[in-house]
Ligand binder design. Structure first.
Ligand code: FMN
Length: 215
């Protein structure tokens, strides 16, 4: 079986990325692009990002998670600390985040170091989640092998009974990671494959070097 995709071609013409017009700080450019994607209404979950880690088996692994907050310090997502990604990060905090927003013909690739979010911040976010999501986080030993879906559903029912009318506290094994960026690369599709690529590299705590890369 085979399918040739050689004819899948698209000309990218929506926008441009000029060094002279962009902020000195990549988080500000991230914010500008994020707002534009949100306003364009053409992406279902603009905060869905790919997180790549280096696993304990030595292989990189990528999966989609939801960006829940960004600040000048970095990018925050929530997950199970004992999941495959959680263990990978505990062993090697170097991660890569990437966003692809096809309707704007844009990609952002962020290299950074992940660290556990302060517990009070994870508590605050957990508290804001709907009850079903709270129990879902508790019930799932994320990334472990399970015998069947039924086992999970029964465990959830038991927890629903146990916690009925009670406060559901964030379990220790679940919380946020903050990824502090060291490099952020912005890609804007352009005609004739002459795409714009601009990379910011962190020089010290506050200064970023801006360079154009060949497409
Ligand atoms: C759109 C989308 C959003 C997701 N959001 C999250 C998330 O915020 N946190 C999370 O732990 N997993 C999320 N997942 C599931 C992950 O992709 C992944 O299956 C899970 O985290 C287990 O990954 P791991 O075994 O590599 O640790 C999401 C998946 C999709 C497709």
């Amino acid at each position: 079986m085979q399918k040739d995709l050689g004819n899948y071609r698209k000309s990218y013409e929506k926008s441009a990325l000029e060094e002279g017009t962009i902020s000195d700080n990549p988080i500000e450019l991230f914010q500008k692009w994020f707002y534009e994607v949100e306003a364009s209404d053409g992406v279902d979950e603009p905060n869905a990002m790919t997180v790549s880690t280096i696993g304990l088996d030595g292989f990189p692994k990528s999966r989609v998670v939801l960006l829940k907050k960004y600040t000048y310090e970095g990018f925050i997502f929530y997950t199970n600390y004992t999941s495959e990604k959680g263990k990978a990060i505990a062993n090697n905090p170097n991660v890569c985040l990437s966003f692809f927003w096809p309707n704007m013909e844009r990609q952002i690739i962020i290299k950074g170091r992940a660290e556990k979010l302060a517990e009070n911040l994870s508590d605050g976010y957990f508290e804001s989640r709907p009850e079903g999501s709270k129990l879902g986080a508790i019930v799932s030993d994320q990334s472990s092998v399970i015998p069947s879906r039924q086992v999970l559903e029964e465990k959830l029912k038991a927890l629903e009974r146990e916690f009925e009318g009670k406060e559901i506290k964030r379990p220790d094994f679940w919380g946020g990671f903050m990824v502090r960026p060291v490099s952020m690369e912005f890609w804007q599709g352009r005609p004739n494959r002459l795409h714009d690529r601009v990379r910011y590299s962190l020089q010290d705590d506050y200064h970023w070097k801006i360079e154009r890369l060949a497409p």
